[in-house]
Ligand binder design. Sequence first.
Ligand code: ATP
Ligand code: ZN
Length: 283
Amino acid sequence: MLKIAVQKSGRLYEDSVKLLKECGIQLNNGHKQLKAVAENFPLEVYFLRDDDIPQYVYDGVADIGIVGENVLLEKAKDIDLVFRLGFGKCRLSIAVPKNMPYQTVADLHGLKIATSYSSILQKYLQENKINAEIHEISGSVEIAPGIGLADAICDLVSSGSTLFTNGLKEVEVIVRSEAVLCANKDLSEENARLLEKLLLRINSVKTAKNNKYIMLNAPNSQLKNIFSLLPGMKSPTVVPLAEAGWSSVQTVVNENDFWEVIEKLKGYDAEGILVLPIEKMIV
Ligand code: ATP
Ligand code: ZN
């Protein structure tokens, strides 16, 4: 039985549970219990505070966990980062009051910086040879300068709107982060096998999200041009249409190239282009 720790509530909760579901794992009492058991996979899910997850995985209370890379770095436990999951993206940044003149990192000299990430911040200040005071607080870091508790902050940012409403500007990005799957270094043989199985599923969900299935009709005279645009998984599927001289082409396109490919396809007389989401993709 593999034991996974996920955040019990907060920004990573929903995406973590959704990921398990997309991996075909059904939880019997999914909501806000300390523990849930999967009905169709040997998996137990523990719902915990994110800050505790690295320790639990290190101790082996949980075998694996889903946590922000920022927390993993801050806690610095000797556990493996197995997979970057692509959600919960944010950055750990330094912000100062927006009217404070700021040019380089040297401007942080002598400041008092409030943060919940003192270990990452300390390392950053040391690397940049900055002498600043770290004031550790556990939450609502963004209000610290406004109430005179600190001169600057080091906190998580995604859109930047929280900084803006608190009269702050982002001046240095220390770490970019997203949710990651982490694992104990000493898994039993059985659990290592189960983790492999889970990873295959996670990978296929992630790959599927990055790709679209595309179907189109085109005159045979343009097929060569169209194939040059569509690398596909191996090579595109081509089926003749009832109308002589025309074919239906079906393949997979990466989301990053998607719009560019569509525009070019139209240039090669493609018609009736259909784009479908892919649920799972095993390559
Ligand atoms: P817990 O109660 O579990 O301790 P928390 O308040 O520490 O929760 P959340 O605010 O729910 O944590 O954030 C969890 C994770 O979500 C962060 O560690 C980070 O990896 C990620 N995250 C993504 N965007 C943001 C953001 N704008 N602000 C804070 N965290 C973010
Ligand atoms: Zn937390």
